[in-house]
Design a protein around this ligand. Structure first.
Ligand code: PLP
Length: 453
């Protein structure tokens, strides 16, 4: 009942499992590759073929696969207390402990933690918190949220409304268009001709200030941004952009929501990127993925003293923060996160990121030898390689050629897993990667691009 043979699993999957973000046509033609186990940097499929995982599952298995320490911590907790709710006045030891551990590691003053089931629900939570906060501050007109083109913030209906990747909205209705407004992506590769990076930064900041003037600061609750855009193509903003946007937010009494679902937990060499890497402290910081190293669904919105005071001051009827999930503070998920935090520290994983990250970025520059590679960009252990049909004109391939998808398939034949998103190939390996494994990953990708050039 609980196990299926390889062919039964393939068939059951094809007949019944509707996969996220999957094209029905190609899915029906080819079905799925069944991944059956993982060990450190590698995953193995049902045919026994192993691959170097260049995407950490989906930007999340930061400590690598097959970590028995995390599995054991989860099992121990499940046997002690598998679940109990945290609504109202109940709690559990791992949730309380994890909240404290996160407050200790989050940028200065972010001391309060709301647990969610993942990144999308954490972003929804951030927006609800922002609205609740301004309602209680007597500023109920502050409702709009500024987001950015190419930003990815998740797949619940509101998180998808925050998302600025246009293709993701095809076939769906756009809700909340009166609430969510998108600014330009901080896409240095495709910045207007003739602008250097510093001028592009000024341009983006001016655009934000202008849009705020148009919409009215009294109507805007928050700005949301990923420190480095992930699914939108690994876009690194010009120097100073986030710090300056944080000032724009302060000037206009808007909250800055940093979506660190990907950049948190070491991908850029620190617990969180906002403060240590980009020099500002957001009002709300969103995390998920690496929080439990992908071993259990969990996310969190970590927020400031200022917001906590605003939402928690006694106020008669309507004083309850009527928001939460059955699995907020799930003890098994929190146990997985606590063990992950312990391992990040014990193994000095972020020091490894600060060594292998720049090494990976340097080595990736070699891919520019291929005419089809238009841009190579990234920061530490996240990278994007954008493919172009015409390098001079920065013109992408026609969508039906699915160039990045073709490279992904070839790379798999060379034993490495990369991720195609539009015309960009994304790398986000587990943070335990060695320099030799970086070489293997990039050599495999280089070969794959060579094959299709
Ligand atoms: N925010 C960012 C920056 C993400 O990359 C993702 C997922 O990839 C999300 C939010 C959504 O997280 P989840 O899929 O856990 O809901």
């Amino acid at each position: 009942m609980n196990t299926l043979s390889r062919s039964e699993a393939w068939q059951a999957d094809r007949d019944h499992f509707v996969h996220p973000y999957t094209d029905f046509t190609t899915f029906h033609d080819t079905g799925s590759q069944v991944i059956s186990h993982g060990d450190a940097m590698f995953v193995t499929d049902e045919q026994g073929q192993s691959y170097l995982d260049g995407i950490a599952g989906l930007w999340c298995v930061n400590l690598g696969h097959g970590r028995t320490e995390i599995a054991q911590a989860m099992a121990d907790q499940a046997m002690r207390l598998g679940y109990y709710n945290t609504f109202g006045h109940s709690t559990n030891v791992p949730a309380a402990n994890l909240a404290r551990q996160l407050a200790e590691r989050a940028p200065g003053g972010l001391n309060h933690v709301f647990f969610t089931t993942g990144g999308s629900t954490a972003n929804d939570t951030a927006v609800r918190l922002a609205h609740f906060y301004f309602n209680r501050m007597g500023k109920p007109s502050k409702k709009k949220i500024l987001s950015r083109n190419n930003g990815y913030h998740g797949s619940t209906y509101f998180a998808s409304a925050l998302t600025g990747i246009h293709g993701i909205h095809y076939g769906f209705d756009r809700i909340s268009q009166d609430i969510v407004h998108h600014l330009s992506a901080a896409n240095c590769y495709r910045r207007p001709d003739g602008m250097d990076e510093a001028q592009f930064c000024d341009f983006l900041i001016d655009e934000a200030r202008h849009r705020i003037e148009q919409l009215g600061a009294d109507n805007i609750a928050a700005f949301i941004a990923e420190p480095v855009m992930g699914a939108g193509g690994v876009l690194v903003a010009p120097a100073g952009y986030h710090r300056r946007m944080a000032e724009v937010c302060k000037d206009n009494d808007m909250l800055y929501i940093a979506d660190e679902v990907v950049t948190g937990f070491g991908r850029l060499g620190h617990w969180f990127a906002s403060e240590n890497h980009f020099g500002h402290v957001p009002d709300i910081l969103i995390t998920a993925k690496g929080l439990s190293s992908g071993y259990c669904p969990i996310g969190a919105a970590i927020f400031s003293e200022k917001i906590y005071e605003g939402i928690s001051k006694p106020q008669g009827p309507g004083g309850t923060l009527s928001h939460g999930f059955t699995y907020s503070g799930h003890p098994v998920a929190c146990a997985a996160a606590l063990k992950s935090i312990e391992l990040y520290e014990a193994e000095d994983v972020f020091t490894n990121v600060r060594d292998t990250g720049p090494y990976m970025q340097d080595r990736l520059q070699g891919l520019l030898r291929h005419e089809v590679v238009g841009d190579v960009r990234g920061d530490h252990l996240m990278a994007g390689i954008e493919l172009v049909a015409d390098r001079e004109a920065k013109r992408n391939f026609p969508p039906d050629l699915a160039a990045a998808e073709v490279v992904f398939r070839r790379a798999r034949e060379h034993g490495v897993i990369v991720r195609p998103v539009g015309d960009t190939i994304i790398l986000s390996p587990p943070l335990i990667i060695s320099r030799e494994q970086v070489d293997t990953l990039i050599d495999g990708l280089d070969q794959a691009i060579e094959d299709v050039s």
